[in-house]
Design a protein around this ligand. Structure first.
Ligand SMILES: Nc1ncnc2c1ncn2[C@@H]1O[C@H](COP(=O)(O)OP(=O)(O)OP(=O)(O)O)[C@@H](O)[C@H]1O
Length: 405
């Protein structure tokens, strides 16, 4: 199997290395058939590959053989063309980040102690560990001043998972393995974590293999998606676009499901459709000045932002005018999506907030514009029309009367 880095933009930073599984087999002791029969798979440096497939098909077994938490029965695993099957597994795992569903943090250790665990083993000095911790917390979207000394139990599931990602990246490994990392969080948090991962990957360019149960998540995150059937058999290994456009086998067709037309919504990103500009205001500004500017520019809504551009609230002109200066109110229910989010995510977010629009942010959460439901509906309408054009041969208008039996 070839590993053309189909989803990768050549200008993108790549710090990852290629992973190659060469005739890999896993037969658990006492079982009649191998969990993974004979697997050849290549993951290009800097790609995210999502492993999906029905329960028990061997996704986790495959993932854990890469860092040798599970020892292969036969075959070779190569990182950057280096056969690691004979290497010391503890040493190997120092160069492979690993993230599991519930974060897997040490419960009695603070966030910074958790993140610094591997660097301490590697003998880094305190200053370097502290700098790295601050950098990583910022990268995963957590304020170090607020979170560095917290215990995991005093954080939400999503925050713990962010720390889990930071910890996995602590020693700057070229490879990251993620086993259903977002499976245990609520849908809105899951979307935010997915968008964070995309932003982080854009910045770092690691090689990432991620196991997920969710085909939509796979198509959103994966440069390529690997669909397994029982025994670790690869049914199709291709870009999400290729899989949706031409499922390789009846198994894939069934797995992808009849929602394939609308599954294209998960391929359309917020960044690919037009946004409306926003007027930003700061806490403490004169509302009359802000409103004058808004009216002059044709805005009926204004986004109140922090110094870093992240949104606090999204009041209408009428709401603003109830006060003399812009309020420091923080709206915790703002509908917000990242540029990397899918249109499906945007639609979910609008429906959850009962609003006809969402704020669009960059990877670090700064407001870029707004997306309206009308734009999303246009895309859906066009996709449905395209799908119909592909399948229909006869329409009401061009049907010749008497032609049908
Ligand atoms: N330690 C073990 N001993 C024996 N059999 C095992 C062991 N671990 C996994 N298996 C079997 O190997 C097969 C593959 O399991 P694996 O966990 O890799 O599947 P999976 O695709 O990740 O499943 P899921 O989506 O349910 O997590 C299953 O039939 C499972 O029962």
């Amino acid at each position: 199997m070839t590993a053309t880095s189909a989803g990768s933009d050549p200008s993108r930073t790549v710090t990852g290395v290629p992973i190659r599984l060469d005739g890999v087999v896993k037969q658990y002791r006492g079982t009649a058939t191998p969990a993974v029969k004979k697997l050849d798979l290549e993951i290009a440096a800097g790609d995210i590959v999502a492993f999906v497939g029905p329960s028990g098909c061997g996704k986790t077994t495959t993932l854990k053989m890469i860092n040798r938490l599970i020892e292969p029965t036969a075959g070779r695993i190569l990182l950057d063309e280096r056969d690691v099957t004979g290497e010391n597994p503890d040493k190997l795992r120092q160069s492979i980040g690993y993230v599991i569903q519930s974060g897997g943090l040490f419960p009695h250790w603070s966030v910074k102690k958790n993140i610094g665990a591997l660097p301490r083993v590697l003998g880094w000095d305190k200053k370097r560990i502290a700098e790295r911790t601050d950098y990583l917390l910022d990268l995963v979207g957590l304020d170090a001043d607020v979170f560095a000394d917290r215990l995991p139990k005093d954080m939400s599931g999503g925050q713990q998972q962010r720390v889990g990602v930071a910890r996995a990246l602590a020693a700057d490994p070229p490879v990251l393995l993620m086993d259903e990392p977002f499976g245990a969080v609520d849908p809105i948090t899951r979307v935010r974590l997915q968008d964070s991962l995309i932003a982080i990957q854009h910045e770092l360019g690691k090689t990432i293999a991620i196991v997920t149960h969710d085909f939509e998540e796979a198509t959103k995150l994966g440069d390529k998606v690997c669909i397994f059937s029982e025994g670790g058999h690869i049914e199709q290994y291709a870009t999400p676009e290729e899989i949706l456009a031409s499922p390789a086998t009846p198994f894939v067709e069934e797995f992808v499901g009849s929602g394939a037309t609308l599954a294209h919504l998960t391929l359309s990103r917020v960044r690919d459709v037009p946004h409306n500009p926003v007027l930003r205001a700061r806490v403490g500004q004169s509302t009359q000045e802000v409103v004058n500017q808004a009216r002059a520019e044709g805005h009926t809504w204004v986004v109140v932002v922090n110094d870093d551009g992240t949104p606090r609230s999204w009041p209408s002109i009428d709401e603003l005018l109830t006060k003399d200066v812009v309020s420091d109110y923080i709206d915790n229910r703002l509908p917000v999506v990242a540029r990397s989010a899918t249109l499906n995510d945007a639609l979910d977010s609008m429906l959850a907030a009962s609003q006809g629009g969402v704020l669009v942010t960059d990877g670090r959460g700064a407001v870029q514009g707004t997306l309206t439901i009308a734009v999303v509906m246009d895309v859906i309408r066009n996709q449905l029309a395209d799908a119909r054009a592909d399948t229909d041969t006869d329409t009401y208008a061009d049907h010749e009367d008497g032609a049908a039996s």
